[in-house]
Design a protein around this ligand. Structure first.
Ligand SMILES: NC(=O)c1ccc[n+]([C@@H]2O[C@H](COP(=O)([O-])OP(=O)(O)OC[C@H]3O[C@@H](n4cnc5c(N)ncnc54)[C@H](OP(=O)(O)O)[C@@H]3O)[C@@H](O)[C@H]2O)c1
Length: 288
């Protein structure tokens, strides 16, 4: 099957390329090959190659920059409008569209977490732009678009090749632990850490399997705050550093974060716990 992967050099994108390679003809594009915000080019190139599946892992993920006018303008183009262009192009060639969204589409007031049909109510600009992108896709569902909208959270794993790909929280903590004796870490914002390799494999299973189109919440289960995750990381990696839990407001960040944005996966088989996934990631890094 011909599969087009966009944002292929990003953190998740590169794992998707590995997960889908076997048995498929994968076409991996990043910014050098196409700007997903260019509606005309998207339509033209997708009509030319006629993929059976389009997987979009490209996004503007700089959450705090989205609160500034320049950042917001970029986020609107990439996160809100581009998914609509991709959906229209997918519809034109009868391809299935797989797109990713975030726990930040929820307000974080529901301590019990959010099922796939939970009501989105973003509390920051990044979340608003991602929700607008979701709506562009859902809107075309009535016209026969085949789509999977996958929400996920707190990604970690090998860093993508692309320069702007964010270093994951765990990599940052390991780096800081080498530089400092004590780390203050936010003990709030409960959500699920998700290993990009596990997510990519789950997406492959979802797409290959007989699952209905629609919204899915795919995360490694077991919610944790940043502090709880750091404690587990240092325990597993055998790193000795003093870790101090602090409240979110200790660090001033432009964008508000949801307090409880636990995504509940009620439609697909559960992924393994994040602690197990972290163990594998650290093993691969050669830290154990
Ligand atoms: N990271 C997280 O913790 C997290 C949490 C929840 C949901 N998600 C969602 O998961 C998905 C994957 O995230 P990620 O962290 O893997 O992203 P990432 O590492 O930032 O990768 C995004 C990729 O898309 C490319 N890109 C950006 N704008 C583009 C454009 N206009 N045209 C073509 N390519 C473009 C980037 O290239 P450049 O580097 O050149 O910009 C980069 O290679 C996104 O939909 C994101 O919203 C992520």
């Amino acid at each position: 099957m011909k599969i087009l992967i966009l944002g292929a050099k990003g953190n998740l994108g590169q794992q998707l390329v590995s997960a889908f390679q076997n048995g498929n003809e994968t076409i991996a594009w990043d910014r050098e090959e196409i700007d997903i915000a260019d509606k005309t080019l998207i339509s033209k190139k997708i009509k030319e190659i006629k993929p059976a599946i389009i997987i979009n892992a490209a996004a503007f993920n700089a959450v705090d920059k989205c609160e500034e006018p320049d950042g917001l303008e970029i986020a609107k183009k990439i996160n809100s409008l581009a998914p609509g262009y991709l959906a229209q192009a997918a519809l034109a060639v009868k391809a299935t569209l797989v797109h990713f969204s975030t726990d930040y589409v929820f307000d974080g007031k529901r301590r019990a977490g959010y099922k796939e049909d939970g009501e989105p109510k973003p509390i920051n600009k990044y979340g608003e732009t991602k929700r607008a992108g979701e709506e562009e896709i859902i809107r075309l569902s009535g016209r026969g678009l085949k789509w999977y909208l996958i929400r996920t959270s707190k990604l970690f794993g090998s860093k993508g090749e692309s320069g702007a790909s964010k270093q994951s929280f765990f990599d940052l903590m390991l780096k800081l632990a080498k530089e400092k004796d004590q780390l203050e870490i936010v003990n709030e914002e409960l959500s699920c850490f998700t290993y990009t390799k596990d997510l990519a494999m789950a997406v492959r299973k979802l797409v290959d399997g007989n699952f209905g189109y629609g919204i899915y919440h795919l995360v490694n289960p077991g919610p944790a705050t940043w502090y709880q995750a750091a404690v587990e990381l240092f325990k597993q990696a055998g790193v000795s550093v003093k870790v101090v839990p602090v409240k979110s407001d200790k660090f001033s960040r432009p964008a508000k974060r949801p307090k409880y944005s636990i995504l509940l996966n009620t439609k697909f088989e559960p992924l393994r716990d994040w602690q197990e996934a972290l163990k594998e990631y650290l093993n691969n890094l050669g830290n154990l």
